[in-house]
Design a protein around this ligand. Sequence first.
Ligand code: NAD
Length: 715
Amino acid sequence: MLVSGGFVYALDSDGIAVVTMDMPGQAVNTMNETYCDYMDETLNSIKADRDKLKGVIITSAKKTFFAGGDINKILEQKQLEAWDGAFELNMRLKKQLNELEALGVPVVAAINGAAMGGGFEICLACHYRIALELEAVVGLPEVSLGLLPAAGGIVRSVRLLGIQRAFPLLVEGKRFKAVAALEAGLVHELASNVDDMMLKARAWILATPQAQQPWFAKHYKIPGGDGFSPANAMMLAGAPAMLRQKTRGLLPAPEAILAVMAESSCVGYEAAMMIESRYFSELLRSPESTSLINTMYFQMNEISAGASRPSGIAKNKITKVGVLGAGMMGRGIAYSTALSGTAVVLKDISIENAEKGKDYSRQILAKALARGRKTQEQVDQILGLIETTESNEDLSDCDLIIEAVFEDVELKHKLTREIEPFLKPSCIWGSNTSTLPITLLAEAFSDPARFIGLHFFSPVDKMALVEIICGEQSGDDTLAYVYDYVQQISKSPIVVNDGRGFYTSRVFGSFCDEGLHLLSEGVNPAIIENIAKAAGMPVGPLSVMDEVEIELMRKVGDTNLELDRRLDQDFHSVHAKLQDLSKEMCELGRTGRGTGKGFYDYAADGSKSLWLGLAEKFGGTEVIPTEDIRDRLMFRQVIETIDCMRRGVLESARDANIGSIFGWGFPAHTGGTFQFIDWFGGEDAFAARAAQLEASYGSRFSLPESLVAIKAALD
Ligand code: NAD
């Protein structure tokens, strides 16, 4: 047995070598220079035993098989000035896997857990793949970080599956659990446990002594043909346009992957590998991959690790949650909570209402059952966790209450006072209000330290984010408790402080507000909508206001004005245009999608068209440069985010970025509302553009002087 750093190499009497990857000091194996050194040494050992060698099995001693590229290393490579630097490093990885693949004896990957990115690229260089049925998951998710699989992943999977079948793996970055991977042709065989897997690997080697990659065979043909075959040529003529329609041309990675798939299929193996590495080196330098790596990898990991959770407080396990209000939000919260295995008491003003709320879970689970995603036993178990009630007594053993009744201060206060006497003294109270100040709502609770905001997004079962809002007196224990609850139900928490609209509703409001500024200046509404989408927003500001309901936005505005008067504050003025125009629209009976009339007209067949009256009312012929419309819509959100930081509503760039992407669909390729500044070219470029917008369009675009200080404090 030989140990090469973190790789153990053992050759048995049958001539079968087992390479077990176990990189020291790391929870998972990753692809970095140390890995390359171990792999070099291991390959040397294998080659030294070449005469006795019958085959090789590669497996891992970690819980996962291999985690993929070392992201820190990738970031380092990003800093390399010379374009060739990254290219050379990448070619070293490729050379090793090529050697492994061309050893001349059968090589098997024994996949004992997740094999993602670079990990699955190792597997693809092997001639046969056996995966543990319950533990293994494989995929090439590089596209989600703005990169491409560059250790031969594209070249090999196109040769394995063909161009068209490789799309989900490469362009969509889909993950495949073992059974799905077998069906997709990504692995050859499943095993029930490690011993079974190793036995099967040995048996295959002994039965297939001549095995080598089929694509080395002289007349190997890629399934479905190369990029020149008539079917692929036709598909490839249209595919870039279809892809662009999906990505709006904002994501260079899927486009580069498609190009590599097509180009690499038309040339020999070596040239194909070079093409893959060249595209990779270019993607490595894109601002999109920097932003995606920063936010979707590092900051998302920080959130999972509890970065905004107070430290030194033991992890809580929440056993029973009371949900007040079984309406649109309450029913979704009850479902998501029960899905995580946590008991729920769902209360409404009548048992009929509460049961109607539970019907929502019944419907989702019936669909899951019909599609084979859940068993009857699982369905029964989840539904069994949701108890419906109209009685306050049934809340007595809840650890956490989540209030989701109508958005009305007096009602929420009354309900809090009425229910508190029935609760355990330790019970935490979370309000799902979307706009009302938490500190104000907490006045009705005897211990405001146990009162906090828990802002879910609609539809709750699909939206991965929860915005936790700390009132002035919310305690650290309370924050830690609800942070744990949000993670327990498999959602991502961001933490903000109290303030009008908190963070997400406030910044989202500024996007709508700017759309209405443009409309009232006479810009054609179709242009506003299209440019917002071209900038990467999921829908335009007019569409989204119809969806949220203009009537609701007007009501929120009115409440805000009233609260400003009552609390002697002035949070509201930033969204004055939204307030004025939503009122005007409601007076015209155009209250939003619910009534079929908003900024759009909605036909019975589900189609919609912009309301013609908009042109009459606002003109629609004013011409403003496209870049100005785009930047106005985006800069308003970023400047509002900076303002949330200045006011102390936000305390971290991480929460700003993740909250914006998962809360209201701010374009992920920019890295979120705060990372946008770097994506745009850095503070100076951002400040210079803001100054231009301010000079042309007004003080809404003025930056707080402290931008640099805020950024420095958060970096
Ligand atoms: P909804 O109108 O769909 O449901 C409210 C439910 O509360 C109704 O079933 C009603 O019968 C029940 N209710 C009223 N008084 C009650 C009482 N005294 N005891 C028990 N139940 C009572 O409202 P919704 O859209 O689910 O919103 C609920 C809360 O969530 C509001 O504060 C809202 O601002 C907030 N919110 C809504 C959204 C959204 O997109 N709808 C998003 C985030 C937060």
